[in-house]
Design a protein around this ligand. Sequence first.
Ligand code: SAH
Length: 278
Amino acid sequence: MRPDRPGSRPGHDTRPQGPKRAVAGGGGHIARKRFGQHFLSDLGVIDEIVRAIAPKPGQSLVEIGPGLAALTNPVVERSERLTVIELDRDLAARLRKRSELQVIESDVLKVDFGAIARDAGQKLRVIGNLPYNISSPILFHLLPWADHVVDQHFMLQKEVVDRMVASPGNKDYGRLSVMLQWRYAMENVVHVPPEAFDPPPKVDSAVVRMTPLAEVPAVDPQVLEKMVAVAFSQRRKLLRHTLGHWIEEHGIDTDFDLQRRAEEVPVSDYLALAALKR
Ligand code: SAH
């Protein structure tokens, strides 16, 4: 006789049921690895993401990498109109058949989001399950247009989201944290396991919400970028060994505390220092 597992009733299958899957609307599309294609398929997760975005009619939503429309469908159902940016020709051709979608067939890194916002006559809400191989370049491509954006909801590798939202003193706090936090408030809103995708990626994922700060600090992002790279070039060392030289080189007069490690310094201190460079 087979020993019963605790709590199991005879004849009752207690195996966990797999997540509900989106109807296989792939129509034979084979996922292209070079385009970072991992299609969302777990309906529960899709619903959670769409609720986090909360699209409304009249808003100007732009989706990066709609793929087989797993997010596109429930979003456009709520927003009525949606602009999508897709690089894959075959996928773009399918999407063009739908009148409620405005399709931009392009590499997102070449898209002028300022022009889209001007055409729309309002600020944009940008969303997307991003191709992970170019997720940082996409974030930095969007940075200069932050004043044309209401918010951004992106699915990324969880490890990247951890670095984006990390606070000083946290092991994940680094260049990416500073270079995005000076311009956006960010929060991790949904955790997504590999099984939610088809094919599943090798890593955990998360959805981050990025909201541009209303008060834009007066800083040259290029100066900030160079300065932060110097500061974090040797994470373990005190800043007098790294940033100290940068301050001297540029003849900056400051009482910035160099007896700290880069990972202990708040974003506002970096901004204040960068503003002193002429
Ligand atoms: N949003 C879909 C697909 C995500 S996979 C879903 O959640 O199921 C990433 C998508 O980004 C794919 O559709 C891929 O073709 C597209 N993509 C990859 N590189 C791109 C680029 N440089 N510009 C625009 N889209 C790109």
